[in-house]
Design a binder for this molecule. Sequence first.
Ligand code: PMV
Length: 327
Amino acid sequence: MSLRKTSAAASAPGKIILFGEHFVVYGSHAILASINKRIKVNVCLNKNHTINIISNLGIVGSYKDSEFTLIKGGKKAKQILDLIFKCVSSVLSERNQNLGININLISDIPYGVGLGSSAACCVATVAAVDSLFREPNRQWICVKAVECERLVHKNSSGADCYISVFGGLMYYVKDEGFKKIKSKNDPTLVIVNTRMKHSTGDLVSLVKNFRDQNVLLFIDLTSHADTICEQALASINNGNEKKLGELMNENHALLRHIGVSHRKIDRAVQICVRNGALGAKLTGAGGGGSIIALIPHEKKMRVISEIKKNRFECIPVKFDYNGLITY
Ligand code: PMV
Protein backbone atom coordinates (compact mmCIF):
# COMPACT_ATOMS: atom_id res chain seq x y z
CA MET A 1 0.00 0.00 0.00
CA SER A 2 1.40 3.41 -0.88
CA LEU A 3 1.81 6.36 1.46
CA ARG A 4 -1.04 8.84 1.84
CA LYS A 5 1.02 11.35 3.85
CA THR A 6 4.42 11.65 5.52
CA SER A 7 3.23 12.64 8.99
CA ALA A 8 0.14 11.97 11.08
CA ALA A 9 -1.15 12.14 14.65
CA ALA A 10 -3.74 10.45 16.84
CA SER A 11 -4.98 10.91 20.37
CA ALA A 12 -6.69 8.28 22.54
CA PRO A 13 -8.26 8.55 26.01
CA GLY A 14 -7.60 6.61 29.20
CA LYS A 15 -10.39 4.89 31.07
CA ILE A 16 -11.90 3.83 34.33
CA ILE A 17 -13.61 0.52 34.93
CA LEU A 18 -16.78 1.23 36.89
CA PHE A 19 -17.69 -2.45 37.35
CA GLY A 20 -16.43 -5.90 36.39
CA GLU A 21 -12.61 -5.79 36.17
CA HIS A 22 -10.89 -9.17 36.29
CA PHE A 23 -14.19 -11.06 35.93
CA VAL A 24 -14.39 -9.58 32.40
CA VAL A 25 -11.30 -11.62 31.48
CA TYR A 26 -13.45 -14.76 31.99
CA GLY A 27 -16.39 -13.59 29.87
CA SER A 28 -18.27 -11.68 32.54
CA HIS A 29 -19.70 -8.18 31.94
CA ALA A 30 -17.98 -4.87 32.58
CA ILE A 31 -18.96 -1.20 32.57
CA LEU A 32 -16.27 1.23 31.50
CA ALA A 33 -15.95 4.93 30.73
CA SER A 34 -13.30 6.83 28.87
CA ILE A 35 -11.93 9.87 30.68
CA ASN A 36 -10.63 13.31 29.78
CA LYS A 37 -6.98 12.26 30.09
CA ARG A 38 -5.23 11.37 26.84
CA ILE A 39 -2.18 10.10 25.03
CA LYS A 40 -1.25 11.87 21.81
CA VAL A 41 1.12 10.27 19.30
CA ASN A 42 2.76 12.22 16.48
CA VAL A 43 4.52 10.23 13.76
CA CYS A 44 6.66 11.33 10.83
CA LEU A 45 8.85 9.48 8.36
CA ASN A 46 12.63 9.53 8.58
CA LYS A 47 15.13 8.47 5.92
CA ASN A 48 17.35 6.17 8.04
CA HIS A 49 15.04 3.14 8.47
CA THR A 50 15.00 3.60 12.23
CA ILE A 51 12.08 3.64 14.64
CA ASN A 52 12.88 6.47 17.08
CA ILE A 53 10.63 6.95 20.08
CA ILE A 54 10.59 9.93 22.41
CA SER A 55 8.06 10.62 25.15
CA ASN A 56 7.26 13.10 27.91
CA LEU A 57 7.25 10.03 30.23
CA GLY A 58 11.03 10.50 30.31
CA ILE A 59 11.85 7.65 27.96
CA VAL A 60 13.72 7.69 24.68
CA GLY A 61 14.77 4.71 22.57
CA SER A 62 15.59 3.63 19.08
CA TYR A 63 15.16 0.43 17.03
CA LYS A 64 17.11 -0.40 13.87
CA ASP A 65 16.51 -3.85 12.34
CA SER A 66 15.09 -4.91 15.72
CA GLU A 67 18.31 -3.84 17.47
CA PHE A 68 17.33 -1.70 20.44
CA THR A 69 19.18 1.25 21.96
CA LEU A 70 17.88 2.71 25.20
CA ILE A 71 18.71 6.40 25.22
CA LYS A 72 16.79 7.53 28.32
CA GLY A 73 14.80 5.76 31.06
CA GLY A 74 15.31 2.61 33.14
CA LYS A 75 14.23 -1.03 32.88
CA LYS A 76 10.54 -0.07 32.90
CA ALA A 77 11.16 2.25 29.95
CA LYS A 78 12.03 -0.75 27.77
CA GLN A 79 8.61 -2.30 28.41
CA ILE A 80 6.80 0.83 27.21
CA LEU A 81 9.16 1.34 24.27
CA ASP A 82 8.78 -2.32 23.22
CA LEU A 83 5.00 -1.96 23.30
CA ILE A 84 5.13 1.13 21.07
CA PHE A 85 7.64 -0.56 18.75
CA LYS A 86 5.38 -3.62 18.44
CA CYS A 87 2.44 -1.42 17.49
CA VAL A 88 4.53 0.36 14.83
CA SER A 89 6.11 -2.78 13.36
CA SER A 90 2.83 -4.66 13.35
CA VAL A 91 1.11 -1.93 11.29
CA LEU A 92 4.13 -1.59 8.96
CA SER A 93 4.27 -5.33 8.28
CA GLU A 94 0.52 -5.35 7.64
CA ARG A 95 1.13 -2.63 4.98
CA ASN A 96 4.26 -4.43 3.63
CA GLN A 97 6.46 -1.46 4.46
CA ASN A 98 9.90 -1.13 5.98
CA LEU A 99 10.02 2.57 6.79
CA GLY A 100 11.85 4.69 9.34
CA ILE A 101 9.48 6.56 11.64
CA ASN A 102 9.98 9.13 14.42
CA ILE A 103 7.39 8.85 17.16
CA ASN A 104 6.63 11.48 19.76
CA LEU A 105 4.28 10.32 22.51
CA ILE A 106 2.76 12.87 24.89
CA SER A 107 0.75 11.47 27.79
CA ASP A 108 -1.32 13.05 30.52
CA ILE A 109 -2.52 9.65 31.79
CA PRO A 110 -0.62 8.52 34.92
CA TYR A 111 1.22 5.34 33.93
CA GLY A 112 0.70 1.92 35.57
CA VAL A 113 -2.10 2.90 37.95
CA GLY A 114 -5.13 1.33 36.28
CA LEU A 115 -6.21 4.23 34.08
CA GLY A 116 -5.71 2.55 30.72
CA SER A 117 -2.41 4.12 29.67
CA SER A 118 -1.11 0.98 27.88
CA ALA A 119 -4.28 0.60 25.84
CA ALA A 120 -4.40 4.32 24.96
CA CYS A 121 -0.75 4.07 23.93
CA CYS A 122 -1.50 1.11 21.60
CA VAL A 123 -4.61 2.72 20.15
CA ALA A 124 -2.98 6.10 19.44
CA THR A 125 0.19 4.53 18.00
CA VAL A 126 -1.63 2.06 15.74
CA ALA A 127 -4.00 4.81 14.55
CA ALA A 128 -1.26 7.37 13.86
CA VAL A 129 0.94 4.92 11.91
CA ASP A 130 -1.95 3.46 9.94
CA SER A 131 -3.13 7.00 9.05
CA LEU A 132 0.06 7.37 7.00
CA PHE A 133 -1.43 4.83 4.56
CA ARG A 134 -5.21 5.17 4.63
CA GLU A 135 -8.28 6.75 6.20
CA PRO A 136 -8.59 5.52 9.79
CA ASN A 137 -10.93 2.59 10.36
CA ARG A 138 -11.89 2.47 14.06
CA GLN A 139 -12.83 -1.22 14.14
CA TRP A 140 -9.55 -2.29 12.50
CA ILE A 141 -7.51 -0.02 14.80
CA CYS A 142 -9.27 -1.49 17.82
CA VAL A 143 -8.62 -5.12 16.80
CA LYS A 144 -4.97 -4.36 16.00
CA ALA A 145 -4.47 -2.46 19.30
CA VAL A 146 -5.92 -5.41 21.28
CA GLU A 147 -3.58 -7.77 19.39
CA CYS A 148 -0.56 -5.59 20.28
CA GLU A 149 -1.65 -5.16 23.91
CA ARG A 150 -1.91 -8.97 24.19
CA LEU A 151 1.79 -9.25 23.34
CA VAL A 152 2.42 -7.70 26.75
CA HIS A 153 -0.61 -8.91 28.70
CA LYS A 154 -1.71 -12.06 26.92
CA ASN A 155 -5.08 -12.57 28.61
CA SER A 156 -6.28 -9.01 28.13
CA SER A 157 -10.07 -8.80 27.87
CA GLY A 158 -9.60 -6.08 25.23
CA ALA A 159 -11.99 -3.81 27.14
CA ASP A 160 -9.45 -0.99 27.59
CA CYS A 161 -8.77 -0.71 23.85
CA TYR A 162 -12.47 -0.75 22.96
CA ILE A 163 -13.32 2.07 25.37
CA SER A 164 -10.30 4.06 24.22
CA VAL A 165 -11.29 3.79 20.54
CA PHE A 166 -15.05 4.26 20.85
CA GLY A 167 -15.22 6.51 23.95
CA GLY A 168 -18.15 7.29 26.24
CA LEU A 169 -19.73 4.90 28.68
CA MET A 170 -20.02 1.26 27.62
CA TYR A 171 -21.21 -2.18 28.62
CA TYR A 172 -18.60 -4.67 27.43
CA VAL A 173 -18.40 -8.45 27.11
CA LYS A 174 -15.16 -10.08 25.86
CA ASP A 175 -15.51 -11.65 22.37
CA GLU A 176 -19.07 -10.26 22.07
CA GLY A 177 -18.36 -6.56 21.87
CA PHE A 178 -19.97 -3.56 23.50
CA LYS A 179 -23.12 -1.49 23.82
CA LYS A 180 -22.96 2.24 24.43
CA ILE A 181 -24.75 3.36 27.59
CA LYS A 182 -26.71 6.60 27.46
CA SER A 183 -26.80 7.89 31.03
CA LYS A 184 -29.30 10.57 32.11
CA ASN A 185 -26.59 12.33 34.10
CA ASP A 186 -23.04 11.06 34.16
CA PRO A 187 -22.14 10.04 37.72
CA THR A 188 -19.47 12.45 38.96
CA LEU A 189 -16.60 10.27 39.98
CA VAL A 190 -13.32 11.17 41.59
CA ILE A 191 -10.21 9.10 40.96
CA VAL A 192 -7.82 8.57 43.84
CA ASN A 193 -4.35 7.50 42.76
CA THR A 194 -2.47 5.65 45.53
CA ARG A 195 0.71 6.25 43.45
CA MET A 196 1.55 2.53 43.88
CA LYS A 197 2.33 1.19 40.40
CA HIS A 198 1.12 -2.26 39.47
CA SER A 199 1.60 -4.84 36.76
CA THR A 200 -1.69 -5.81 35.13
CA GLY A 201 -0.17 -9.08 33.83
CA ASP A 202 0.91 -10.14 37.36
CA LEU A 203 -2.51 -9.40 38.83
CA VAL A 204 -4.32 -11.23 36.03
CA SER A 205 -2.07 -14.25 36.73
CA LEU A 206 -2.80 -13.98 40.43
CA VAL A 207 -6.55 -14.15 39.71
CA LYS A 208 -5.99 -17.11 37.38
CA ASN A 209 -4.27 -18.98 40.24
CA PHE A 210 -7.11 -18.08 42.60
CA ARG A 211 -9.60 -19.36 40.02
CA ASP A 212 -7.66 -22.60 39.43
CA GLN A 213 -7.63 -23.29 43.16
CA ASN A 214 -11.23 -22.25 43.84
CA VAL A 215 -13.14 -23.39 40.78
CA LEU A 216 -16.66 -23.53 42.25
CA LEU A 217 -16.24 -20.44 44.38
CA PHE A 218 -15.04 -18.51 41.34
CA ILE A 219 -18.17 -19.50 39.41
CA ASP A 220 -20.29 -18.06 42.26
CA LEU A 221 -18.23 -14.88 42.44
CA THR A 222 -18.47 -14.43 38.67
CA SER A 223 -22.23 -14.76 38.74
CA HIS A 224 -22.34 -12.23 41.61
CA ALA A 225 -20.15 -9.86 39.55
CA ASP A 226 -22.57 -10.21 36.61
CA THR A 227 -25.56 -9.39 38.81
CA ILE A 228 -23.77 -6.31 40.14
CA CYS A 229 -23.09 -5.19 36.57
CA GLU A 230 -26.70 -5.64 35.45
CA GLN A 231 -28.00 -3.73 38.49
CA ALA A 232 -25.40 -1.02 37.94
CA LEU A 233 -26.56 -0.60 34.35
CA ALA A 234 -30.15 -0.12 35.56
CA SER A 235 -28.99 2.36 38.24
CA ILE A 236 -27.01 4.39 35.68
CA ASN A 237 -30.03 4.42 33.36
CA ASN A 238 -32.35 5.60 36.19
CA GLY A 239 -29.83 8.01 37.67
CA ASN A 240 -30.02 6.17 41.03
CA GLU A 241 -26.68 7.22 42.56
CA LYS A 242 -27.38 5.80 46.01
CA LYS A 243 -27.82 2.31 44.57
CA LEU A 244 -24.83 2.80 42.27
CA GLY A 245 -22.65 3.63 45.29
CA GLU A 246 -23.82 0.51 47.14
CA LEU A 247 -22.99 -1.59 44.10
CA MET A 248 -19.49 -0.07 43.94
CA ASN A 249 -18.90 -1.12 47.56
CA GLU A 250 -20.20 -4.60 46.77
CA ASN A 251 -17.93 -4.88 43.73
CA HIS A 252 -14.95 -3.78 45.82
CA ALA A 253 -15.69 -6.52 48.37
CA LEU A 254 -15.65 -9.07 45.53
CA LEU A 255 -12.29 -7.79 44.28
CA ARG A 256 -10.87 -8.03 47.82
CA HIS A 257 -12.12 -11.61 47.96
CA ILE A 258 -10.12 -12.60 44.88
CA GLY A 259 -7.03 -10.94 46.35
CA VAL A 260 -6.42 -7.97 44.06
CA SER A 261 -6.84 -5.17 46.57
CA HIS A 262 -3.98 -3.65 48.53
CA ARG A 263 -3.81 -1.99 51.95
CA LYS A 264 -3.36 1.43 50.32
CA ILE A 265 -6.36 0.80 48.09
CA ASP A 266 -8.48 -0.27 51.07
CA ARG A 267 -7.32 2.79 53.00
CA ALA A 268 -8.32 5.11 50.15
CA VAL A 269 -11.74 3.39 49.85
CA GLN A 270 -12.27 3.70 53.62
CA ILE A 271 -11.39 7.41 53.68
CA CYS A 272 -13.87 8.10 50.89
CA VAL A 273 -16.72 6.10 52.39
CA ARG A 274 -16.19 7.39 55.96
CA ASN A 275 -16.28 10.96 54.75
CA GLY A 276 -19.48 10.74 52.78
CA ALA A 277 -18.85 8.94 49.46
CA LEU A 278 -21.87 6.93 48.32
CA GLY A 279 -19.49 4.18 47.25
CA ALA A 280 -15.88 3.51 46.29
CA LYS A 281 -13.92 0.68 44.70
CA LEU A 282 -10.62 -0.09 43.06
CA THR A 283 -10.54 0.45 39.32
CA GLY A 284 -8.40 -1.54 36.89
CA ALA A 285 -6.15 -4.39 37.91
CA GLY A 286 -5.64 -3.38 41.58
CA GLY A 287 -2.63 -4.37 43.70
CA GLY A 288 -2.05 -0.63 44.07
CA GLY A 289 -3.13 1.74 41.34
CA SER A 290 -6.31 3.77 41.65
CA ILE A 291 -9.78 3.78 43.11
CA ILE A 292 -12.92 5.59 41.99
CA ALA A 293 -15.38 7.17 44.41
CA LEU A 294 -18.90 8.44 43.90
CA ILE A 295 -19.19 11.52 46.09
CA PRO A 296 -22.23 13.80 46.54
CA HIS A 297 -21.40 17.39 45.63
CA GLU A 298 -21.71 18.69 49.21
CA LYS A 299 -19.22 16.11 50.54
CA LYS A 300 -16.61 16.53 47.83
CA MET A 301 -14.38 19.13 49.52
CA ARG A 302 -14.27 17.11 52.74
CA VAL A 303 -13.35 13.84 50.99
CA ILE A 304 -10.74 15.51 48.79
CA SER A 305 -9.08 17.19 51.76
CA GLU A 306 -8.91 13.87 53.69
CA ILE A 307 -7.49 12.12 50.63
CA LYS A 308 -4.77 14.74 50.27
CA LYS A 309 -3.86 14.50 53.97
CA ASN A 310 -3.07 10.85 53.30
CA ARG A 311 -0.75 11.81 50.43
CA PHE A 312 -2.86 10.22 47.75
CA GLU A 313 -3.48 12.08 44.50
CA CYS A 314 -7.02 13.21 43.76
CA ILE A 315 -7.96 13.41 40.08
CA PRO A 316 -11.41 14.83 39.28
CA VAL A 317 -12.44 13.47 35.90
CA LYS A 318 -15.11 13.86 33.29
CA PHE A 319 -16.20 11.17 30.86
CA ASP A 320 -14.87 11.59 27.33
CA TYR A 321 -17.30 11.11 24.47
CA ASN A 322 -14.85 11.44 21.57
CA GLY A 323 -12.76 8.30 21.89
CA LEU A 324 -9.99 8.08 19.31
CA ILE A 325 -9.23 11.28 17.41
CA THR A 326 -7.00 11.27 14.32
CA TYR A 327 -5.43 14.32 12.68
O1 PMV B 1 -5.19 -1.82 35.33
P1 PMV B 1 -5.54 -1.82 33.88
O2 PMV B 1 -5.84 -0.46 33.35
O3 PMV B 1 -4.47 -2.50 33.06
O4 PMV B 1 -6.90 -2.67 33.71
C1 PMV B 1 -6.92 -4.08 33.75
C2 PMV B 1 -8.31 -4.62 33.69
C3 PMV B 1 -8.42 -6.13 33.92
O5 PMV B 1 -9.81 -6.46 33.92
C4 PMV B 1 -7.83 -6.53 35.25
C5 PMV B 1 -7.72 -6.94 32.82
C6 PMV B 1 -8.42 -6.91 31.46
O6 PMV B 1 -7.77 -7.31 30.50
O7 PMV B 1 -9.62 -6.55 31.38
